[in-house]
Design a protein around this ligand. Structure first.
Ligand code: ADP
Ligand code: MG
Ligand code: ZN
Length: 561
């Protein structure tokens, strides 16, 4: 199939009349024998960037791909188009392996997909010596990054390909585009001389929206009914149980919703996925187990009921909406509990300290996107190292959130946490601290005589909802933390001090609504001054933490005991 140029192959074999975006430039570069590093968002059409050159150049295109589950589908699709394609992976019996090997040696294959651990075996390397190779394509190249979320140790060995076949062009492709990943890929794969092709990661037809979570199921239902009635879409939840409950609740409201998570048997998963792909208006309620390799162009919305753990994850998941270029919505409900839950998952994970630190900083970037008062799209693209203009289409562009000076409110919360610890030697969770601030006399307050504290009632001017809002932003900014080893109680952090001392102004999202009976006690108005003993406490804390961290390697934010 070596006859014809790139465009001829594109139309004759694939049935498309033109290349998309940078495809043509990439294809021509590789056909000419150059190395390439391709960064393109999911769904943009990376496969053609190596498939077309493999067909134009003589010999077989050898494709390294970590997604064994998808190899069969890819090869089937190519075979249907008349492309001579095959794969080698651990799912095949020996007879089939022999057959594929013979076809390769005899020059009967245009494309050969190989799992990375397979490729680097002696058997496979010596097989490759016996045939003719058109190019090496390394798909999902970010798997070579040890800091990424999909690290595959076998990918580290792939630089050997270049040493063995210096004249064969190599093309590495990925949708993970941070500058750091890019540098790492080029380094580890020995692609220093490769030309970089970096596409825009902007998805202009997706409208980003992140709403404050208060009654998530109700909010989701309103969103679906008012904006996406009858549309296909995906609703992501963190847990399997929540997937089941949410799907059930939507069905009860007449929405054609189905669950998808790894706990369902394979047949149910396959059936639900097939319905979602084939029929119109099906809503898939899923964990992140759903979506990889799903190519459905008319997904009109992606909704998140729980916070993703990274911006990469959020981008991948929301990126499944609007592949057809028509308007689509990325909607998320986000609240205090999300921050608490994600922090807990990091604390409780079995990863080492470096892993936890990395996870915490990925979460921080995600929280930054949620709490931003800037254009969401600008923030998102900034994360991928791309500058852009305010989009005029996301929620913060359409309704700029009013930033307000939350310094005093923050000081009140931090003082309450501080006082409780100082005067009662105890720490409490968010709900109780808010009750104290608002001066609510309930059983727990009376039992602990918390109404006698100086901080009791100093926050009666804000509603419970407003306080949760402030708390969430404080935790998101690490000015306050939740100690999961102490039953989710609130604890001060090193950052708390500068706020308590009034050394910094804290601008928060969204002005709290003034309550009808706005009555500010004189105490509430007076600035909170940090008592002298607090200074000593913070000093002791720093010393203590330093010692403990040195001797036990505990996370730096476990404090006050
Ligand atoms: P990626 O690997 O970047 O996620 P794929 O290679 O799987 O994306 O392509 C996504 C979809 O876009 C596929 O359905 C593919 O057929 C389609 N596509 C790719 N290039 C073109 C093109 N030039 N014209 C039309 N459709 C294209
Ligand atoms: Mg791909
Ligand atoms: Zn915007």
């Amino acid at each position: 199939m070596a006859d014809g140029g790139a465009l001829e192959v594109l139309s004759r074999v694939f049935g498309y009349d033109q290349f998309r975006g940078p495809q043509q430039e990439i294809v021509e570069h590789v056909i000419g024998g150059g190395d390439a590093l391709v960064l393109m968002p999911t769904g943009a059409g990376k496969s053609l960037c190596y498939q077309v050159p493999a067909l134009v150049r003589s010999g077989t295109g050898v494709v390294v791909s970590p997604l064994i589950a998808l190899m069969q589908d890819q090869v089937d699709a190519l075979t249907e188009l008349g492309v001579r394609a095959a794969f080698l992976n651990s799912t095949q019996d020996f007879a089939r392996v022999r057959e594929v090997e013979r076809a390769f040696v005899d020059g009967e294959l245009d494309l050969l997909y190989v799992a990375p651990e397979r490729l680097l075996t002696d058997r496979c390397l010596s097989l490759l010596e016996r045939g003719r190779i058109a190019l090496f394509a390394i798909d999902e190249a970010h798997c070579v990054s040890q800091w990424g979320h999909d690290f595959r140790p076998e990918y580290l060995g792939l630089s050997a390909l270049h040493e063995r076949w210096p004249d064969v062009p190599r093309i590495a492709l990925t949708a993970t585009a941070t500058q750091a990943t890019r540098v790492e890929i080029a380094q580890r794969l020995g692609l220093e001389d490769a030309q970089h092709f970096v596409s825009s990661f902007d998805r202009p037809n997706i409208r980003y929206r992140i709403v404050e979570k208060n009654d998530p199921r109700r909010q989701l239902l309103d969103f679906l009914k008012q904006e996406h009635a009858g549309d296909s879409g995906i609703v992501y939840c963190l847990s399997r149980a929540k997937v089941e409950e949410t799907a059930e609740a939507l069905r009860a409201q007449g929405i054609d919703a189905m669950p998808y998570h790894a706990g369902l048997d394979a047949a149910t998963r396959a059936a639900n996925q097939a319905r979602f792909l084939r029929e119109d208006g099906v809503v898939m309620v899923a964990t992140i187990a759903f979506g990889m390799g799903i190519d459905k162009p008319d997904v009109r919305f992606v909704a998140h009921l729980d916070l993703p753990k990274s911006v990469e994850g959020y981008y991948q998941e929301t990126g499944r909406a609007g592949r057809d270029g028509l308007p689509a919505t990325a909607w998320m409900a986000y609240g205090l509990q999300d921050v608490v839950q994600q922090r807990r998952m990091i604390d409780e994970s079995t990863g080492d300290e470096a892993y936890k630190r990395r996870s915490a900083s990925m979460l921080e970037a995600m929280l930054g996107l949620c709490e931003t008062v800037e254009c969401r799209r600008v923030r998102l693209l900034q994360y991928f190292g791309q500058a852009s203009q305010a989009c005029g289409n996301c929620d913060t562009c359409l309704e700029p959130p009013q930033a307000w000076d939350g310094t005093e409110a923050a000081q009140k919360i931090l003082s309450a946490v501080y006082r409780l610890w100082k005067e009662r030697g105890q720490r409490f969770g968010a709900g109780h601290v808010i009750d104290i601030l608002r001066g609510k006399r309930n059983e727990k307050v009376e039992q602990h005589r918390h109404d006698e504290l100086s901080v009791f009632g100093i926050g009666a001017d804000l509603s419970e909802k407003d306080w949760r809002n402030v708390l969430r932003q404080l935790i998101a900014q690490s000015l306050l933390t939740v100690d999961h080893e102490a039953f989710g109680t609130l604890a001060l952090t090193e950052g708390s001090r500068s706020v308590l001392k009034g050394e910094r102004t804290l601008m928060l999202r969204r002005e709290p609504a003034k309550p009808a009976r706005a009555r500010e006690s004189s105490r509430a108005r007076s600035a909170v001054t940090l008592p002298p003993e607090a200074e000593a406490l913070f000093t002791a804390l720093r010393t203590w933490r330093g010692e403990v961290a040195r001797s036990h390697g505990v996370p730096a934010y476990v404090i006050f005991h």
